[in-house]
Design a protein around this ligand. Structure first.
Ligand code: AMP
Length: 284
């Protein structure tokens, strides 16, 4: 496995790989790797000759300095996992390598989608994500790039980004990996106490309950009420949002009309750890 920390080095290596007609898959991550990341890496390994996993905690996508500081960092153990998984290339740049200029001179905006859910509660988050992903696309020039559906709105935004700027990359979205309990695997789970982790299991329970009620009754309101109760009944959990969207348009919906599929999205604090999850529900 080759590990690069500078843009020049990784580009030189990938130029050669491309000259030898190797296809390149990119898996962008912020490290603290887990089974969710593994699913992305595995898919890329299957579909490409060379898989590049980037490990970079992107400061400009955090709107909260405390959250950035508390974000788990574990490059040594990440590298040993990636080696074990069979990843060929790691790109782990420093902050100064990615952002040599202190000031940002561009900011990508996404219109309406940026004003709801993650966009509403994390102002500037998607502009930061779009910047780092654009940079990684330019640096690595991958044939395919892999993202997790756990971050459903991020997948939508990156799809828009690729279309807007005609990045020559195929996007692959990978289904959420969960623990046996249903809890979505996340780097942030590492920060949960035992009790908070137990409580966090209710997030998926709430999504499932809401989905079932919405299918049976056709009522979003009823599903939401039941789900909110599950979360709010647990005093270690604090609900930030619980919304239903049309995954095609990423617009909020309050009534099911012609939708064939809906996505139920939520953000919940377990103690002071912010967790997000979603469930896609087929209606017919
Ligand atoms: P992160 O390191 O949290 O920025 O995540 C890097 C990539 O892994 C993103 O595309 C995430 O959506 C994806 N990811 C994170 N958790 C999971 C999971 N439980 N299942 C599938 N993909 C995930």
């Amino acid at each position: 496995m080759r590990v690069f920390t500078t843009i020049k080095q990784v580009q030189r290596f990938l130029r050669k790989a491309r000259e030898q007609r190797n296809s390149i898959g990119l898996v962008p991550t912020m490290g603290a790797l887990h089974e969710g990341h593994l699913a992305l890496v595995e898919k890329s390994l299957k579909e490409n000759h060379v898989t590049v996993c980037s490990v970079f905690v992107n400061p400009i996508q955090f709107n909260n300095a405390q959250d950035l500081k508390a974000y788990p960092r574990s490059l040594r153990s990440d590298l040993s996992k990636l080696r074990k998984w069979g990843c060929q290339v790691v790109f782990a740049p420093s902050e100064i390598e990615m952002y040599p200029e202190k000031e940002r001179i561009s900011s990508i905006s996404f219109g309406e989608v940026e004003k709801i859910l993650e966009g509403e509660f994390r102002p500037g988050h998607f502009a930061g994500v779009a910047t780092v992903v654009s940079k990684l696309f330019n640096i690595v020039n991958p044939d395919k790039a892999y993202f997790g559906l756990k971050d459903l709105q991020q997948c939508f935004v990156i799809d828009q980004l690729v279309k807007e700027f005609s990045f020559p990359v195929k996007l692959r979205f990978i289904k959420t990996v969960r623990e046996k309990s249903g809890l979505a695997v996340s780097s942030r789970n590492k920060r949960l106490t035992f009790e908070e982790r137990e409580a966090a299991i209710s997030i998926y329970k709430a999504l499932k309950t809401a989905g079932k009620i919405m299918i049976e009754s056709g009522s979003i309101a009823r599903g939401r009420t039941a789900a909110k109760k599950i979360i709010e009944d647990n005093n270690l959990l604090n609900l930030e949002y619980f919304e239903v969207i049309n995954p095609e348009s990423f617009k909020k919906i309050s009534r099911i009309t012609k939708e064939k599929e809906i996505a139920i999205c939520t953000a919940v604090y377990a103690g002071n750890v912010r967790l997000i999850d979603n469930l896609m529900v087929k209606l017919s």
